[in-house]
Design a binder for this molecule. Structure first.
Ligand code: F0G
Length: 464
């Protein structure tokens, strides 16, 4: 079983590179497309024209599914850091390091799969779950990708790592770089990310630069920086990020007894995460760990919806960059790097792409909060989108649905407070939604400091 080797495969022209041969911007020198990591046991579904099983190259180097399941379960009882990581526990399927024992880990992954009985009940779905990736060490799903790609950077001998970010990638990168005693450079759109995210990058010691532009502008500047200085790019164009980000797919399947859900729904920003999860599910099916693949659906905010347009207007053949605007600042991206990967996974799995309004996002976030869970605004697009899909008959009552909640609620507490105080949405955005907003909003009360005042409130709150 040859598990130690991997190659980078261009998703456009099919060119293959050795691990050390990639350009600094992780684009193909021939066709400028992105790469993905492939292994001797990978199916070639990865290739651009690949059509799933018809080209599956099953050979005798393929890992054995029962042995893998047993080994992954056994590692749960281990105290070794890489076994305690929900990413490296599955290292057999991401053999990207020469020495996995030296992976830089904060014990990421192993996130909960919560049921959402209230939201499910309202939608008539019996099996609605939230995979809460906000329960990772720095509060977002980015940690699973960061442990993978930053470990590669360290193994390759880089001292500096860098990313442009809407706040979560930078928080994760800064933390993992600090653990690895590496230096990190963060480019952020000034005034367009939340304070908690900014505070993380500063506290973890990154060289934090706020640029007078948006995320897309930061990404542009960073590309030039990585071409001119020996810094290792850790944005999601880096295919190793996706190897870490595919592992929640393994966790979901394991938790559901190696069944897969019918739908997995993710928010779409720079558009890497849906394809990472899709890769995980496709690999599991190819290896015989599971028998099918869920439909992967991407939801975007109306003000930052280039993938939605691309699929609706051009069948995913091209994407027109836009100036993005949404209060879900994590996904305020108008020129997403991985749009072709997202198109491919949506089309390959039979999933959908939806857009949701600012009001729908805010309501969905409050609804998730009322399940006792909470998430950041970008994550709530998943529930908002699911509602539309149920109404359109694209998700059925008997189906199992997993929403991927990508960030922790405390990532953007201003948003939550503004919503409940009625200060988030404009009059125009509120129009027609008054009843639902009333139903979801929870205020606070300012009282005199005595028991009578509190008891009066309690009495008023107890239903007669
Ligand atoms: N949800 C959250 C909370 C995010 O931070 C992001 C992306 C996404 C969803 C979208 O994921 O880019 O793979 O489509 N945040 C990046 C960042 C861009 O810089 O933190 P995607």
């Amino acid at each position: 079983m040859e598990l130690q080797s991997h190659q980078l495969l261009c998703i456009g022209c099919g060119r293959r590179l050795g691990a050390e041969e990639a350009q600094r911007d992780f684009r193909c020198a021939d066709c400028a497309n992105l790469f993905e990591v492939v292994y001797p046991w990978s199916s070639t579904t990865a290739s651009p024209e690949g059509s799933g099983d018809s080209v599956a190259a099953i050979d005798n180097r393929q890992p054995n599914p029962s042995a893998l399941r047993w080994r992954w379960r056994e590692r749960l009882g281990s105290t070794a850091p890489i076994d305690q990581s929900g990413v490296w526990r599955f290292r057999d399927l991401l053999p990207i390091l020469r020495d996995p024992e030296r992976a830089v880990t904060l014990r990421e992954g192993n996130t909960p799969l919560y049921s959402l009985p209230r939201a499910g009940g309202e939608l008539g779905l019996e099996r609605l779950f939230a995979k809460h990736q906000g329960m990772n060490p720095t509060g977002s799903f980015k940690d699973t990708g960061m442990t993978a790609a930053l470990s590669v950077a360290r193994e390759m001998g880089f001292q500096w790592v860098a990313c442009a970010s809407t706040g979560n990638t930078s928080a994760a990168m800064a933390a993992y770089a600090a653990r690895a005693r590496m230096k990190s450079l963060v480019l952020l759109p000034e005034g367009k990310i939340s304070w908690p995210k900014l505070s993380q990058s500063i506290d973890y010691g990154a060289l934090t630069c706020q640029l007078k532009t948006d995320f897309d502008g930061c990404a542009q500047v960073l590309l030039e920086v990585v071409r001119r200085a020996p810094v290792y790019l850790l944005n999601s164009m880096n295919p190793y990020r996706l190897e870490g980000q595919k592992t929640p797919a393994f966790e979901i399947a394991e938790e559901l007894g190696w069944e897969v859900p019918d739908h997995v729904i993710v928010p779409g920003g720079n558009l890497a995460n849906g394809s990472a999860l899709g890769k995980g599910f496709l690999e599991m099916k190819h290896l015989g760990l599971t028998s099918r693949v869920p439909k992967i659906t991407v939801i975007q905010a109306e003000g930052a919806n280039p993938l939605y347009h691309s699929l609706r207007d051009f069948d995913g053949q091209r994407m027109e960059p836009m100036e993005a605007n949404t209060r879900a600042s994590a996904i305020r991206i108008g020129n997403p790097a991985s749009w072709k990967k997202a198109v491919r996974v949506v089309q390959q799995t039979g999933g959908f792409c939806e857009q949701v309004s600012e009001t729908e996002i805010a309501l969905a976030k409050a609804e998730i909060g009322q399940e006792g869970i909470g998430c950041e605004p970008a994550s709530a697009v998943t529930l908002a989108g699911l509602k539309k899909l149920v109404r359109a008959g694209k998700v059925l009552a008997a189906e199992t649905v997993v929403l991927v909640l990508t960030g922790h609620m405390l990532k953007d507490s201003d948003y939550t407070i503004d919503f409940h105080r009625g200060q988030l949405l404009t009059a125009e955005e509120t129009e027609g939604w008054e009843k639902e907003l009333e139903h979801r909003r929870r205020g606070t009360r300012s009282l005199d400091a005595n028991a009578e005042a509190v008891l009066r409130e309690l009495e008023a709150a107890v239903p007669a």
